[in-house]
Write a protein that binds this ligand. Structure first.
Ligand SMILES: Nc1ncnc2c1ncn2[C@@H]1O[C@H](COP(=O)(O)OP(=O)(O)O)[C@@H](O)[C@H]1O
Ligand SMILES: [Mg+2]
Length: 248
């Protein structure tokens, strides 16, 4: 396919009532969604939700604005200021790219020496990787929690375990187990989904001594492991949500 920007759609015929965006490439997803919305289509998730969720800095801003507990985070734009921020926050800490998934290029920084070396390498990388998103290392069990929120329903949840890697992503070998959605998890995940504009979302949380914190909201949810271990028919909820939205 190709698109002529600014051109009017011929005949005004629509090929769909609603579009489910499933592209796992953030940038293709976002740009294609922008084009489709401009042509008058309702896309799930919408551009503004995808834009927020696909960027950890924008997500943190949305979460803190909605007063949702989230790990302490600093952002810096030079190696020197990043090291200063890390001195203030303390080690160990996590360095994350603002755009990225599957745990890629997320580095636990154990001490100042490691941080300096990693930040020096980043100076040779694409400018996106020189936006330094630095987060406190949360003391948590070797697992985190993902709640699948579809519209205004928290439909199911999993624990993701990883004993060898700090990153629990299923794509890196993390294991899924069903997680009962307690009233606390329900309230927090729905509030977090609302903070980024709602849609079909995966709200990631960690358990700390001071309660649960939300660290990420995923906008193109993968659910093979979850559907297997929870036996919840996630596609059925997705289709139900799309039908309700399309009828509006
Ligand atoms: N601040 C943190 N402290 C401890 N573990 C973290 C922290 N942030 C993320 N993790 C772990 O690292 C993994 C990937 O982090 P996440 O922010 O979800 O990035 P991605 O978008 O790549 O999945 C998650 O499994 C999460 O449990
Ligand atoms: Mg994640």
């Amino acid at each position: 396919m190709f698109f002529e920007l600014g051109a009017r759609e011929r005949g005004g015929e629509k090929f769909a009532d609603i579009i489910l965006q499933r592209c796992v490439s953030y940038f293709r997803n976002l740009h294609l969604t922008a084009l489709l919305e401009k042509r008058g289509y309702t896309v799930v998730n919408p551009y503004k939700v995808t834009q927020l969720c696909g960027n950890k800095l924008l997500t943190t801003l949305a979460l803190t604005k909605a007063k949702i507990p989230t790990p302490k985070t600093y952002v810096a734009f030079t190696k020197e200021s990043a090291l200063e921020a890390l001195d203030k926050m303390g080690y160990p800490a996590m360095l994350k790219p603002v755009v990225g998934s599957w745990g890629r290029l997320i580095i636990p920084l154990k001490d100042r020496e490691t941080a300096g070396a990693v930040l020096e390498e980043r100076e040779y990388m694409f400018p996106l990787y020189q936006v330094y998103y630095l987060q406190e290392m949360v003391k948590r069990p070797p697992r985190d929690i993902r709640v699948f929120v579809i519209g205004d329903e928290a439909v199911t949840g999993i624990y993701r375990y990883s004993f060898l890697d700090i990153k629990t992503n299923i794509a890196r070998g993390g294991k899924a187990e069903p997680c009962r959605i307690t009233p606390e998890l329900q309230e927090l995940s729905l509030k977090a989904a609302e903070a980024v504009g709602s849609g079909i979302l995966g709200v990631d949380m960690m358990e700390t001594d001071e309660g649960i914190v939300v660290h990420e909201i995923n906008h193109t949810i993968e659910f093979q492991a979850t559907a297997t271990v929870t036996k919840v028919n996630i596609p059925k909820y997705i289709v139900g949500y799309l039908l309700r939205k399309a009828r509006k």
